[in-house]
Structure formats: structure tokens, C-alpha cells
Design a protein around this ligand. Structure first.
Ligand code: BG6
Length: 379
């Protein structure tokens, strides 16, 4: 049921705050408090000791939107837990698996739990490890929305992302739920390795708890503005999305959402790479969407955006509320509440989902069932 929404995709975009609430309720340890507890983990994913103990490296296998959440996952696992992490397209890994290493945690990320390449890549991984000595025994974790899926049966353990059934082919709530899975996993691994102080845990966890309300604010304040803005792109044929650091994968995801449902050509690029090629594409007909969240790479992104402006590109910034620098740089602002940079992908992706949705809906396209794409069905 669409419950009054025009499309399932829009309904599912609006479900995100509650999905994140469910994740936090399911997996944050209510007994943990920074003042009196260093003996219990702040996170309770229910994963076993044998899966997470002494992990020396992580490899993540996924496709599509799940591959994008995995790139954010890599950032989190490396920066919070300090564990080297690789992300591979499952369709590539299948035929050219990376050399085997000991104490590797392999993670398969798939919303449906049924994507053939992801399952095949994980099976390849499982079998080649079983064939070797005990220290290479497979440790495989699934991150999925469907605990009853084929994936869940073939891996050792799963994180159930709590997103519920997603009907729209373009993944939205399952994406932010996967991101939340990675925040929690990275924190759990960081706890085991004592990679963060109690204060650092407390700050991040407090930030996570505020996210659902902040996501609601983005939806409340931005949707009608974005619907208006979508009118401006009736004849647009190409879009560029730029981001850096933890928001580079969000640029990829913004571009993928637009491609999938509006059939507009869109490319996501790390902002610092724009000058090495894509800048040649820019002119007044190619809008550039840049994600400029306060933090380590903020000034770099602003300066990359200014380079695009010098080529007459229309500049749309995903920025925080009341950011003066950004308001001078960008032609249009899609704003979100200010949060720690490490949490910002959870908010930055929402205006991009809405932008893709409204551009496609305005073109009268079948947003929930885009041409040539299929979602693995339930049951
Ligand atoms: C594609 C869908 O076919 O599968 C994408 O069009 C999706 O939206 C991808 O991200 C992977 O799906 P899953 O279920 O493995 O996360």
C-alpha cells in the first residue's frame, strides 16, 4: 500500500527515519554508558566472537546501491576501527578474486539477499577458503534486509538492517539502513580493538541517536523546495555529482538514483578528480551537484565547485543550514542540519533521493518500475 504517497519510492524515502530508529533500538546496548562502563560494548549486533575476533582485514562484496553503502562502510571501518578494508564489485570479484589473506572478515551486502553476482562471489570466497588450512577458514557476514533470503542461509551470520520490504526498484531506505549497519559494525570492531576512547564512542552514539529526527527535518523542510527545483531540469541531459571523503560514495549514489529512474546521464566523481577529465564536459547545460559538508574536506569541495562555476555550470550544493560560504558559491542550496562529518552521509543522501524522485516524477516516468531494471522479488 502506498499510504497516500504517489509512488512507493517516495513512501520509502519517508520511512527512513523510522527504519533508523528501529536499527538503533535493536542494536545499541541500553546498558552502556560512557561514565560507568568500559567492560560492555556499546553495540549489540549479536555477532559471535569467532566472527569478529582478531580481524586483520575486511573485504566487502556487493552490487549497485549496496556497493555504494559498502564504500561508506570501508571509510568507517578504516577510520573508526583502523582495519584495512577493500570493497569489490561482486561481478568482478567472482572472476578475479583478490589473493587470499588470513583473518579476513568477508562481508556480502545485498538488500534483497538474492543478487546472483553477490551470492556467487561469496560462494567463491567460501569455497576457496574451505579448501585451504584452518587459519583461512571463511568468516562471512551478510548485511541484508531479508533474514530469510538465500544470502542469509549461505553466510555464517547476518546483520538484519531492519528496513522491511522495499518495493521501489531504486533502493532508498535499504541504503540508509545498510549505512547504519556499517556504523554499528565499525563501532563494534573499534570497541574490540580499543580504537576509540569512551568519549569518542559517546559522541558518535549521541550523534546517531539524533539522526532520525534530523532526517525528518530534511524531509519536512526540503521536499517542496526540491520539487520546485526539479522543474528547472526539464531539458537537462547530463548531471555531474561531486563529493569527497565519506561523501564521495554519496555522490555516486546521487548519480545512480538519477540514472535509474529519470534516465538522465549522471556521473558521480570524487571532487578532486574532476579536473583530471570530467571538467571537459562542463558548460551551462550540465548542472553540478556538490556535497559540501563541514569537516576535513569542506574547503576542498568548495574550491572544486568554484572551478565548475568558472565553466558556467549551474551549481547545486548539498550543504548545512546557514552556511554563508556555501550560499555565496552555489546557485541552489539543498540544506541539512549540521552534524559531525562522519555522520553526514545519512543526511546528505536524502535531498539527492528527493531530487532524483522529483525529476523523474515530473517527467511522468514509472518511478517504481524503471525500464530495464528489476528488483529481486520477495517470496
Ligand atoms: C540492481 C538494482 O539490479 O541490484 C539496484 O537496480 C540494486 O537498485 C542492485 O542496488 C543490488 O541489489 P541488492 O538487492 O543486492 O542490494
Amino acid at each position: 500500500e502506498k499510504q497516500g504517497f504517489r509512488h512507493f519510492m517516495l513512501k520509502e524515502i519517508y520511512e527512513q527515519p523510522n527504519v533508523i530508529r528501529s536499527c538503533l533500538e535493536a542494536y545499541l546496548n541500553p546498558d552502556w554508558h560512557p561514565q560507568n562502563n568500559s567492560q560492555v560494548s556499546p553495540i549489540n549486533l549479536g555477532l559471535s566472537e569467532s566472527l569478529l575476533n582478531k580481524v586483520e582485514n575486511v573485504q566487502i562484496l556487493a552490487c549497485g546501491t549496496s556497493w555504494h553503502s559498502s564504500l561508506v562502510g570501508k571509510y568507517l571501518i578504516e577510520q573508526l576501527a583502523g582495519i584495512p578494508t577493500m570493497v569489490q564489485y561482486a561481478s568482478e570479484f567472482r572472476y578475479a578474486p583478490s589473493p587470499i589473506t588470513a583473518n579476513t572478515l568477508s562481508i556480502g551486502v545485498t538488500q534483497s539477499g538474492e543478487t546472483a553476482d553477490t551470492l556467487a562471489a561469496l560462494e567463491t570466497e567460501k569455497q576457496r577458503r574451505i579448501a585451504l588450512e584452518s587459519k583461512y577458514q571463511p568468516r562471512i557476514l551478510g548485511i541484508t534486509n531479508r533474514p530469510e533470503s538465500t544470502l542469509a542461509h549461505m553466510v555464517n551470520e547476518i546483520i538484519n538492517t531492519q528496513a522491511g520490504i522495499e518495493v521501489g526498484v531504486a533502493a532508498t531506505k535499504s541504503f540508509t539502513a545498510q549505512l547504519m549497519g556499517f556504523y554499528l559494525l565499525a563501532l563494534e570492531l573499534a570497541y574490540r580493538r580499543q580504537a576509540l576512547s569512551l568519549e569518542q564512542f559517546a559522541t558518535i552514539i549521541e550523534g546517531l541517536r539524533h539522526l532520525p529526527r534530523q532526517m525528518e527535518l530534511v524531509l519536512e523542510k526540503q521536499e517542496s523546495l526540491i520539487e520546485e527545483l526539479a522543474h528547472e531540469f526539464n531539458d537537462t541531459q547530463d548531471f555531474i555529482f561531486l563529493g569527497r571523503g565519506i561523501n564521495f560514495p554519496i555522490a555516486l549514489e546521487g548519480a545512480l538514483k538519477l540514472k535509474e529512474i529519470s534516465y538522465i546521464h549522471a556521473e558521480g566523481y570524487p571532487a578532486g578528480e574532476m579536473k583530471h577529465g570530467p571538467i571537459a564536459l562542463l558548460d551551462a547545460k550540465v548542472p553540478v551537484v556538490a556535497i559540501a559538508m563541514p569537516g576535513l574536506v569542506y574547503e576542498k569541495v568548495i574550491s572544486n565547485a568554484q572551478e565548475a562555476k568558472a565553466r558556467d555550470a549551474r551549481l547545486i550544493g548539498v550543504t548545512v543550514i546557514d552556511d554563508l560560504d556555501a550560499s555565496h558559491t552555489f546557485d541552489d542550496l539543498l540544506t541539512v542540519p549540521k552534524v559531525d562529518e562522519i555522520l553526514s552521509p545519512m543526511l546528505a543522501v536524502i535531498p539527492l533521493q528527493l531530487l532524483a524522485y522529483h525529476i523523474a516524477a515530473r517527467r511522468g516516468l514509472d518511478v517504481d518500475q524503471p525500464r530495464n531494471l528489476a528488483k529481486k522479488r520477495y517470496g
